[in-house]
Design a protein around this ligand. Sequence first.
Ligand code: EPZ
Length: 416
Amino acid sequence: MDKLIIEGNGPLRGQIQISGSKNAALPILLATILVDGEVCLSNVPQLRDIDTTIRLLGLLGCRAERDAGDVRIHSCDLKPEAPYDLVRTMRASVLCLGPLLARLGQAKVSLPGGCAIGARPVDLHLRGLEQMGAVFELEQGDIVGHCDRLRGAHIHLDFPTVGGTEHLIMAACLAEGETILENAAREPEIQDLAEFLNACGARISGHGSSVIRIQGVSALHACTYRVMPDRIEAGTYLIAAGITKGRLELLDCPVDALDAVIFKLREMGMHIESRQNMVCASADGPLRCVDISTRPYPGFPTDMQAQIMALMACSQGAGVVTEGIFENRFMHVQELCRLGANITLSGQTALVRGVNTLKGATVMASDLRASACLVLAGLAATGRTDVRRIYHLDRGYEHMEVKLAAVGARIHREQE
Ligand code: EPZ
């Protein structure tokens, strides 16, 4: 296993290129199962989860070729079974269930277990697919489903689930008739998926709002598509500028998808300006803690909760962080306290009292965004910080230590 060694080294300055979005690329890759022809994707980030997804598509009978950020997929010889070992390592694989049912009328996909941040059930996915005519059984941990042709349905989601919305949009594209999704998630990645599918001939409208309509079509054709930039990676580097009192320019930054984050960082005292798709973030004076509540988009994103907590940990005053999406997304708190942070937990809220300085130590990453939080804290801490188990980080951040070192961070990777 690898670790990152970070020496607090003062303000970061320079430009960082934002990569393609992991959480847009994953569903778009799986949606290629629906397409009869060769799809050419660009701006696909080079991440472990993307590699896992491409491997899964290969096992499902697709021809998949990758050249850096370009990926070509042809679902030429589809098989209905997704192996446990792959779904176990990446929960988003379950999204292949709906597309396989839509194309083949059958599917066998391992039921994803929980993960570090919560139970993460997929009951809303399955209930929606059942409303569209799918029938499921659970056999030794696998979801075994079959259907004639999926048919459009009027579905009301109990919760605006991101994956559930994506799953049902994909299945509805080839269903017979119209599907209406109410209380749908509004995340930008869902909009990107819908734009990709419409480029393939789907008939989706309302994406980005909480009511999405999909008119089923008989087939989807090949297309070429560029994946949107990653708003969570961009938000993470905005905080890197703030926590080191530096100045960073982020290139290809999806500023319109970052309103809630930018609003809060400005409230803390950061200077953030945007020109076209370049954003400049800086902090020269002390920053102030604020209150944060994570909510479905357009609320403050749960995927930025750990990162902004690192910033608050070394800001002035105190703030309350409420995690409103996942039941166990505070595992970074104890690790931040090892760096000298003053944070107390009570259920789904964390009270952060800012301290003047964090002090380097060895800390352990527990999940993807917790890893990013600890790297950010290490950039600000005095002395050396070792962040262990950074395979979590490699799932969602393309060459993070390379990008940070290029703007002045003293950071490098070592084998444990
Ligand atoms: C997506 O996960 C993202 N992953 C997550 O990002 C992100 O944190 C999450 O959306 C929320 O924004 C990808 O896009 C690959 P949900 P997803 O379904 O789809 C409950 C990262 O760091 N729920 O919106 O799994 C669930 O338990 C990752 O990049 C049900 O109860 O999120 C959770 O409490 C982490 N039943 C809440 O909804 C269901 O059927 C949100 O889950 C589905 C969800």
